[in-house]
Design a binder for this molecule. Structure first.
Ligand SMILES: [Zn+2]
Length: 71
């Protein structure tokens, strides 16, 4: 893959945002609770929260209407 940074062997340094995955874990005593994770990718891959749905960035799984659980 060609890069824009022309000079050999040097890459422009760029800060990356940290994935705040640790925020998705809560430890309560000796139980670990997690945010919603992807049923396809399994625990460890979390679903991104959108207005009215959850979305997996890895397999593009989406879950709609999680707010409304009335039958
Ligand atoms: Zn997934």
């Amino acid at each position: 893959m060609p890069t824009k940074a022309g000079k050999k062997g040097k890459k422009a340094h760029r800060n990356k945002k940290t994935s705040k995955k640790y925020k998705l874990y809560k430890i309560d005593g000796d139980k670990v609770t997690r945010e919603r994770f992807c049923p396809r990718c399994g625990p460890g891959i979390f679903l991104m929260k959108a207005k009215d749905r959850f979305y997996c960035g890895k397999c593009h799984y989406a879950e709609f209407g999680t707010k409304v659980e009335a039958k």
